[in-house]
Design a protein around this ligand. Structure first.
Ligand code: NAD
Length: 459
């Protein structure tokens, strides 16, 4: 007979580790099982390493404009080796932090490959051990989507994972997909001096946001030598030579050293687990309700596996609420659109609540107010005047139903936008984007009620 738990969590990404810490704090006997590195995609192959690299790239852009700030400085080539080492050190400190947090809060981290054998029963493939539990939380995440005609080879055709750890800065790069990863990685490599082109199948960059945002980004990207081709598809690709050759639907032919495919992500779950639990799927995503319940009793799913936001902070929110539900408290996700969207491009872009497109589709009587960075003293002082903020108000009740922005500190300011959209909410119900400096405030706000999973429990 193996060990028995209140909660067994499969996956130690932001959703899984946050659920682990909070379940343990709530007095539940908890195990979190991870077959790769603790911290999941976000800490190891996503949010944290990409923002570390973008942090270096931002310096390059700023240094290029130093003369506009009254500084006569000369600037050499970026040292990619040092930029990579800095990023690796940041990632390492965070992943060991996750292990420490789980341990200090009393959750067990098991390094193994887990398969659910049925409700309340999880097998560890390497040790052969069988765990029994009251609740299973599936938090196994997602992986980059492949384009079947241009399969990943990890060398010339790469995903966002390899793009964060290339041995050299490529001379040329084509990015297929002008969504969040396309815009962020495009800015990174363009700033590093790589000839970078984004190809987006839809008419705008960031097509899930309002058109003005993609249009403005496209214009601003040109200033950092980042080219975007929109409304264009790859008709055929030949990656057998030294350079990849892409024939586009526009008739144009592009050649590049590497092709980064960034056309979305797909949930990851073993067939064995899905069958054993008779899970219901929508596309590749596990179907959950507002309490993260799957179709199997005592089995919950959250994060990218359930595909509600594909955002680390969306998974955090789900984890916080689910851990309370399992401890017998009331709770549910009220509105996934209130999870802010943040794009760390140059300039940044962010949104929360409804886009104007969505307000129109829902037949809402709304009005939009625009405010530009050009008229802002701090933005002028920083020489960061591109962009604007748009606030969408429901005319029927005067409530703010959406905020979108492109410009300096958009990924930070969107947290303030999130706060003006809610009333009488508890800290645990409010999502701030990850990773942002604003999270420091959120942690202290949560901490004031003894609810921050990243701070020591209040005694
Ligand atoms: P995405 O959904 O943001 O963008 C994919 C883009 O690819 C879309 O614009 C789509 O129209 C386009 N596309 C699809 N097929 C194409 C084709 N054949 N040719 C050209 N374009 C094509 O997905 P992503 O950028 O891969 O990111 C994956 C997920 O990870 C997203 O949900 C994203 O929100 C999340 N993510 C978030 C952050 C952040 O919060 N800052 C950073 C990275 C990733």
């Amino acid at each position: 007979m193996g060990k028995d738990y209140d909660a067994v969590i499969i996956g130690a990404g932001p959703g899984g580790y946050a659920a682990g810490i909070k379940c343990a704090r709530n007095g539940l006997k908890t195990a979190v099982i991870e077959r790769d590195k603790p911290g999941g995609t976000c800490l190891n192959y996503g949010c944290i390493p990409s923002k570390a690299l973008l942090g270096s790239a931002e310096f390059i852009i700023k240094a290029r404009h130093a003369h506009l700030m009254g500084l006569d400085v000369s600037f050499g080539e970026p040292n990619w080796g040092k930029i990579q080492s800095r990023k690796d050190a940041i990632v390492k400190s965070f992943t060991s932090g996750v292990e420490g947090l789980l341990r200090s809060n009393g959750a067990e981290l098991i390094r193994d490959d887990a398969v659910a054998e049925g409700r309340g029963s999880v097998r560890l493939n390497n040790s052969g051990e069988l765990l029994t539990c009251k609740n299973i939380i599936l938090a196994s995440g997602s992986e980059p989507k492949e384009i079947p005609s241009i399969p990943f080879d990890g060398e010339k055709v790469i995903s966002s994972k390899e793009a964060l750890s290339l041995s050299e800065i490529p001379k040329s790069l084509v990015i297929i997909g002008g969504g969040v990863i396309g815009c962020e990685m495009g800015c990174l490599y363009a700033a590093l001096g790589c000839k970078t082109t984004i190809i987006e199948a839809l008419p705008r960059l960031l097509p899930r946001e309002d058109d003005w945002m993609g249009r403005l980004l496209e214009k601003e990207f040109r200033k950092i030598n980042l080219k975007a081709l929109t409304d264009v598809k790859v008709s055929s690709a030949d990656t057998s030579g030294d350079l990849c050759r892409l024939n586009l639907s526009s008739g144009e032919v592009l050649e590049s050293e590497k092709v980064l495919v960034a056309v979305g992500r797909s949930p990851v779950i073993s067939e064995e687990t899905a069958e054993a639990l008779s899970l219901e799927f929508n596309g590749g995503e596990v179907v959950i309700d507002e309490k993260m319940r799957t179709s199997a009793e005592g089995v919950y799913a959250l994060g990218d596996l359930a595909g509600k936001t594909y955002l680390a902070h969306g998974a955090y929110l789900e984890a916080e609420i689910l851990a309370d539900i399992l401890a017998g408290k009331d709770g549910k996700i009220k509105d996934y659109r209130l999870v802010p969207r943040a794009v760390y491009s140059f300039p940044e872009a962010a949104g929360v609540g409804l886009s104007e497109k969505e307000a129109q589709e829902r037949g809402i009587d709304y009005s939009v107010t625009k405010s530009g960075f050009l008229a802002n003293g701090r933005s002028l002082a920083h020489n960061q005047t591109a962009g604007e903020v748009r606030v969408i108000k429901n005319n029927a009740d005067g409530r703010i139903i959406g905020v979108s922005m492109v410009g300096e500190s958009a990924t930070e300011m969107i947290s303030s936008a999130r706060l003006i959209m809610g009333t009488n909410e508890k800290a645990g119900e409010v999502s701030f984007p990850h990773p942002t400096v604003s999270e420091v405030l959120k942690e202290a706000w949560m901490g004031a009620y003894g609810e921050s999973i990243h701070l020591p429990p209040k005694r």
